[in-house]
Design a binder for this molecule. Structure first.
Ligand SMILES: *Cc1c(COP(=O)(O)O)cnc(C)c1O
Length: 376
């Protein structure tokens, strides 16, 4: 069988063993006589699947009872509105701070503007010279020390991995460092959720569309401190009220049951590898292999500030954009799929999520070398 490697930004590659188990259990889940898709979301079987998925996820993240793990719908995009409806009234001032670093954080900001007064705590929306190199807007990141956070803000929002630009905050800020001792930190982690072993004591809420790195499309994962629940605006639909979803164990109404089942299998697969510390090491090794090669030649180029390059989404260009189509066609022939860059950036993008083994990155680098030899 021909070997394929899928570099799609999302929906994206899933672990082969997970897909195989799902295939084996498709018609009859563990002797229940039903496919997971056919089960009542209130029945004992699905309740077990959902409870286990939440518990495994909490275990992976190292969060205890003081946190709620929620599965919702609407994607990360819906969260951009659901978030302010739930948290903007945490404090009297009904205001929130946003850090702007690329497409997704800007979308989050624009969506939330309708719900209250917002401030921009930091932005990479200008070009900047760093160590003698000029970086274009959204191709670098404002350091934590530059963030100016309003202490009266109900929360501070940022996107920790910009999927399109390929810029990533590798670490979490310390709240004192950014002057946010009493401001909850909310992160859109969609495209590097479960890619790094973070100390979540430093933050207050994460959200992620599962389809990037943690499962199939259809579920949005919210991990939130329970102390933040209960200040939801009354205009917010009940299905989007974090407290009500938490009280109902993510089954306030019919959840996307099959997506939860697959995501649960992904969590078990990650736990079996030794958890997120082991996963992060593998991810770093994959990213380094690709960046090292891109940096070793003038034929390809990655235009992101080196300290903030994403280990998940690696955009790169060929020095002569006229070669892009040929590169992509040849890649497809070699079984290297979905490498076309986002239309706003151009060039190529390799998304090397958790489920992409290092062999896939090796195959990509081998093809890139070969293409350079023939066209350089
Ligand atoms: C893809 C993506 C989104 C949008 O996700 P949907 O699930 O399609 O709404 C938001 N933020 C980030 C960082 C993303 O990568």
């Amino acid at each position: 069988m021909k070997q394929f490697w899928n570099f799609s930004a999302g929906p994206s590659v899933l672990p082969k063993v997970v897909l195989q188990q799902a295939a084996d259990e498709m018609l009859d889940w563990q002797g229940s006589g039903q496919s997971v898709m056919e089960m009542s979301h209130r029945g004992a079987e699905f309740t077990q699947i959902c409870t286990e998925a939440e518990a495994d996820l909490a275990k992976l993240l190292g969060v205890g009872e003081e946190w709620a793990v929620l599965f919702m719908q609407g994607g990360a995009t819906a969260q951009n509105a659901i978030l302010p409806m739930n948290l903007l009234d945490l404090k009297e001032a009904q205001t929130a701070d946003y850090v702007l670093t690329g497409s997704w954080s800007n979308k989050a900001y624009k969506e939330a503007v309708g719900y209250g007064e917002l401030r921009i705590a930091a932005s990479s929306g200008d070009s900047r010279v760093i160590d003698g190199v000029e970086y274009k807007p959204w191709h670098w990141l404002p350091e934590f020390s530059e963030w100016r956070v309003n202490p009266e803000a109900s929360y501070l929002h940022y996107c920790s991995n910009e999927t399109i630009g390929g810029v990533e905050f590798a670490d979490l800020p310390n709240k004192e460092q950014i002057g946010a001792e009493n401001v909850p930190l909310v992160l859109d982690v969609s495209s590097h959720f479960l890619a790094r072993d973070w100390d979540l004591n430093k933050v207050d809420m994460l959200y992620a569309g599962a389809q990037k790195n943690a499962g199939p499309a259809g579920i949005t994962v919210i991990v939130i401190r329970r102390e933040l629940l209960g200040k939801c605006r009354s205009v917010c639909p009940d299905v989007f009220n974090y407290q009500k979803v938490a009280e109902a164990n993510s089954c306030f109404n019919t959840p996307p049951t099959y997506s939860i089942y697959i995501a649960g299998l992904v969590y078990k697969w990650l736990l079996a590898q030794g958890g997120l510390a082991a996963v992060e090491q593998k991810n770093k090794a994959k990213a380094q292999l690709l960046y090292d090669y891109v940096d070793s030649t003038d034929f390809y180029n990655n235009f992101v500030q080196p300290e903030h390059r994403s280990i998940m989404n690696v955009p790169f260009i060929i020095h002569d954009a006229a070669l892009d189509a040929k590169f992509l066609a040849g890649a497809k022939e070699q079984g290297l799929l979905n490498l076309k860059g986002h239309k706003s950036v151009g060039g190529m993008r390799a998304s090397i999520y958790n489920a992409m083994p290092i062999e896939g990155v090796e195959a990509l680098v081998a093809y890139m070398k070969d293409f350079e030899r023939q066209n350089g």
